[in-house]
Design a protein around this ligand. Structure first.
Ligand SMILES: [Zn+2]
Length: 306
């Protein structure tokens, strides 16, 4: 007992009891294959689950998808009316490495023009941007031009510390919904295991590179799987001691602050990969759980065996 009393101030000072923090980000709004005229649709369900837990999540919009129909536009508006910010995910979701700087900037501007009236009505929110497929271009010209845009417009660059293969699970989910509903529950269980496996790896990487738990930024997508399971994901995060914060607050943390408006390192990958390069420290041993190859090797055979 004496030992514990003696240790308590040290434990508090070392942040052992500090709550872990996470930013929820949802990409590809309003959503691929959004059912026309359906209200609520999967993005509405995702938004409702976030609002229920008072999660200040940001949704990243593909301008071309948003302008597909009035249903798509209204879905975005309903997201914003819940108090959830919208941000930019390019016009047409093309990899930056296969675009010219001019094509990239014109597309980003077009999407900003769609977001502007919604932000005026429901904002203010900070401007924010995420690269499709996390692809940050492959030339110095592309890097300099993007950084200039982020810096000049004070547009937050949404780095990702927990990357998942949710989109690959979602493809099976859609297929099973139509063809094999008896397998859905088991797929949902596997999916939740996958999400928390990716989170475990990200926590390990955080300890490895920074000797502490940094605010995590998780990337999920607007799809029917997350429409069903966002509530369960949030419950699981709370059980693990996470509190939910907004993107700007996370990027103000000193591990991210230098890169708030700046590409870290160009290859398409997550925050730990970039920082492992910058700090010249290896990532944790064992396979990177967020890689698609890991999904192919570990999770997909389990899905196929259901
Ligand atoms: Zn995307």
């Amino acid at each position: 007992m004496i030992n514990l009393i003696f240790l308590l101030p040290l434990l508090i000072a070392s942040n052992v009891f500090a709550a872990k923090q996470i930013v929820i980000t949802v990409d590809d709004l309003p959503g691929w294959g959004l059912p026309a005229g359906t209200n609520p649709n999967f993005l509405d369900l995702i938004g409702d689950a976030l609002v229920k837990e008072q999660v200040p999540a940001t949704g990243f919009v593909i301008g071309k998808l948003a302008s597909q129909s009035s249903d798509h536009a209204l879905t975005l508006e309903r997201w914003a009316s819940k108090g959830l910010p919208l941000a930019n995910h390019t016009w047409d979701h093309v990899k930056y490495s296969s675009q010219t700087v001019q094509e990239f900037l014109v597309g980003v501007e077009r999407t900003e023009n769609i977001l502007l009236p919604i932000r005026k009505k429901y904002g203010p929110w900070p401007l924010a941007f995420r690269f499709p497929m996390l692809n940050q271009g492959n030339t110095l010209e592309q890097e300099v031009a993007a950084n200039k845009y982020f810096q000049d417009t004070k547009t937050l660059l949404a780095h990702v510390s927990v990357d998942t293969s949710d989109w690959a699970f979602a493809q099976y989910y859609s297929q099973f919904l139509l063809q094999d509903p008896s397998k859905l529950k088991k797929l949902e269980d596997l999916y939740l295991q996958h999400i928390f496996d990716c989170l475990d790896w990200a926590e390990k990487a955080s300890d490895h590179l920074f000797s502490k738990q940094i605010p995590q930024i998780i990337l999920l997508h607007s799809n029917s799987l997350n429409g069903k399971l966002m509530g369960a994901i949030l419950d699981g995060l709370k059980q693990r001691g996470y509190t939910f914060i907004g993107l700007e607050k996370a990027l103000n943390d000193k591990v991210y602050a230098s890169y708030k408006y700046k590409i870290i390192y160009q290859p398409a990958d997550h925050f730990y990969f970039h920082m492992s390069n910058i700090l010249n420290k290896p990532l944790p041993s064992g396979r990177d759980r967020s890689s698609y190859q890991y999904f192919k090797d570990y999770w997909e055979p389990k899905i196929k065996a259901l």
